[in-house]
Design a protein around this ligand. Structure first.
Ligand SMILES: *[C@@H]1O[C@H](CO)[C@@H](O)[C@H](O)[C@H]1NC(C)=O
Ligand SMILES: *[C@@H]1O[C@H](CO)[C@@H](O)[C@H](O)[C@H]1NC(C)=O
Ligand SMILES: *[C@@H]1O[C@H](CO)[C@@H](O)[C@H](O)[C@H]1NC(C)=O
Ligand SMILES: *[C@@H]1O[C@H](CO)[C@@H](O)[C@H](O)[C@H]1NC(C)=O
Ligand SMILES: *[C@@H]1O[C@H](CO)[C@@H](O)[C@H](O)[C@H]1NC(C)=O
Ligand SMILES: *[C@@H]1O[C@H](CO)[C@@H](O)[C@H](O)[C@H]1NC(C)=O
Ligand SMILES: *[C@@H]1O[C@H](CO)[C@@H](O)[C@H](O)[C@H]1NC(C)=O
Length: 486
């Protein structure tokens, strides 16, 4: 994860705290009201603040409570609904964020001037007061009997002024707070400046590009933050009825916002033609597509389209090929060492489904089995550019008795079969290298599932169900924390 995203996180959580502070305290400071401040510093009280406009359907919302028991800042992010993910809304929000910071900066200026002025006044008063006290003592010592009358008057005045002393102390404390706050704001400003530098030019196009880039990274960040455990699978929606009993279809999880292409591969062997539909709408409503001829036929239904390339298992081999659609060339090809192929370790439905490639929030994965692991599932994280294995995990689940498998947030979920009543019943976490048995049923509407893969962009499962292309939504349970490694 890049530093900028973390910075964004810092900005958001700092913003939440500061806006909260502002809304509670600033009015009394800047509005010409001499009432004393009432700030609880470093309190553990829950300070929940909606950062951005409060329509939950349109906005990112960051709720922050000051601290958890270990002193970390806990932050909850409510993401906008997918369907409301419009670019304009996001742009508006960033503008509002910047405007808010500008407003804050103005307020701080006023506050600062005011505090400086008050402080000078207070300091002058303090000097006067203490001077008075000294004078009074001198007077008392030197002219004891002499000026009893003046003495009384002075003493009365003194008594009148005495309650001011604690007020002076308070003012000083407040000034310290303001100083602290200024420092915080300077921090924030420098972070924002860096961000602004990144956003760069005033050129609208450029700004737009940078914005959508930031958006994307923010979304990626949120997705990562919002990672969780699978707890439910919705009823399926049939998108299209097309093709043979076996096949695969998908969208690219890291494609830019305006790239909504659907990729479609019919059959598990003897085919090398990938169909490209312009959009889900086109996919549903027409047979308008572009055909891409791969240099080799594929094996199984484990292909995945990721960042403009298709990754697939070359037929009758354990070779993985990365084929770039834009240039129509093989940009990388590598053997997946020890991986069984040619129906040695297929999923229970067969079909040369030995090697299953997939993408989740963390990147590209290969799921297969080896002799070394006794035919049980092996999970490998792959470098999408070199196809080299970054790390592997061995599970205790026989590949041949798995219906299908998909990856969400670094956890592999395995289904019990391809026909009849289906459920997800085994989960292996690569994070902790532990497994557990679970029970998450889902509807197998057309009775034969030959492909099931998660798409982290849509948070949906794509399935090929007996010549029907269907989608399921997933429910993930998550607890979100800021200031973690991610
Ligand atoms: C100043 O503070 C007092 C006491 O808290 C409040 O009653 C009054 O409305 C405030 N005045 C302004 C102008 O905010
Ligand atoms: C900034 O201040 C202006 C003028 O006081 C106000 O109209 C605007 O709503 C403020 N913007 C935000 C984001 O608070
Ligand atoms: C300002 O940022 C620095 C480094 O990021 C941090 O150590 C410091 O605590 C921050 N100060 C405040 C007041 O947030
Ligand atoms: C197919 O694509 C062409 C060119 O993009 C378009 O003119 C035509 O309307 C499309 N047909 C359907 C049925 O969508
Ligand atoms: C996608 O590919 C481009 C270059 O083709 C690269 O700059 C970018 O980092 C890649 N994105 C991901 C998520 O791998
Ligand atoms: C990985 O596991 C640790 C310990 O169980 C947990 O604190 C952390 O949040 C997990 N990370 C992810 C990304 O699930
Ligand atoms: C998934 O949820 C979105 C947003 O609520 C909804 O528009 C979509 O139809 C759902 N898809 C499925 C397969 O239920």
């Amino acid at each position: 994860m890049s530093v900028a995203i973390l910075k964004m996180g810092v900005v958001l959580s700092t913003m939440a705290m500061i806006t909260n502070w502002m809304s509670q305290t600033l009015p009394s400071l800047v509005g010409l009201n001499a009432t004393r401040l009432s700030i609880t510093t470093g309190g553990t009280a829950d300070r929940s603040t909606g950062l951005l406009p409060a329509n939950p359907e349109e906005s990112w919302q960051v709720y922050s409570s000051a601290q958890d028991t270990e002193g970390r800042c806990v932050c909850t992010v409510v993401a906008p609904q997918q369907t409301m993910c419009s670019r304009d809304a996001r742009t508006k929000q960033l503008r509002q964020l910047l405007e808010k910071v500008q407003n804050m900066t103005q307020s701080i200026e006023v506050l600062d001037q005011r505090t400086q002025r008050d402080l000078q006044y207070v300091e002058r008063m303090e000097v006067q007061l203490r001077g008075l006290e000294t004078k009074f003592k001198q007077v008392e010592d030197n002219h004891k009997q002499n000026i009893a009358r003046q003495y009384k008057a002075i003493k009365a005045k003194m008594e009148e002024l005495r309650p001011l002393i604690p007020v002076l102390e308070e003012y000083k404390a407040d000034a310290k707070l303001v100083l602290q706050f200024k420092e915080e704001l300077q921090n924030l400003t420098s972070v924002l400046n860096e961000l602004q530098e990144e956003i760069g030019a005033y050129d609208y196009e450029e700004l737009q590009n940078r914005l959508s880039n930031l958006e994307e990274r923010l979304r990626a960040c949120m997705q990562k933050l919002a990672c969780g455990k699978l707890t439910g699978i919705s009823d399926p929606i049939t998108i299209k009825t097309s093709g043979s009993r076996f096949g695969s279809w998908m969208t690219d999880p890291v494609a830019p916002e305006d790239d909504t292409r659907v990729w479609y591969m019919d059959g598990y062997h003897n085919n090398r033609f990938v169909r490209e539909y312009k959009s889900l709408y086109d996919f549903m409503n027409s047979e308008n597509f572009t055909s891409h001829r791969l240099p080799h036929p594929w094996s199984g239904t484990g292909q995945v389209v990721y960042n403009g390339s298709i990754y697939f298992n070359k037929f009758q081999s354990h070779t993985i090929i990365k084929f770039d659609f834009k240039t129509s060339v093989i940009s990388k090809s590598r053997q997946l060492d020890y991986a069984g192929y040619n129906n040695m370790y297929h999923y229970s439905w067969g079909g040369h489904s030995d090697i299953d490639l997939m993408v989740d929030e963390g990147g590209l994965w290969a799921v297969y089995a080896t002799n070394q692991n006794a035919g049980n599932i092996v999970i490998s994280k792959l470098n999408p550019n070199t196809l080299q294995i970054i790390k592997s995990w061995t599970t205790n689940h026989p590949k041949r008795s798995a219906g299908e498998a998909f990856m969400i947030c670094g956890t592999l979920y395995v289904t019990n079969g391809y026909s009849g009543g289906t459920k997800v019943y085994y989960a292996f976490s690569t994070n902790s290298s532990t497994y557990e048995y679970i029970d998450i049923p889902f509807q197998n509407k057309y009775s034969h599932i030959s492909m099931l893969d998660y798409n982290p962009k849509d948070r949906a499962l794509y399935a090929w169900n007996n010549g029907h292309q269907v989608l399921y939504n997933v429910t993930l349970f998550h607890v979100i924390r800021s200031e973690q490694e991610s």
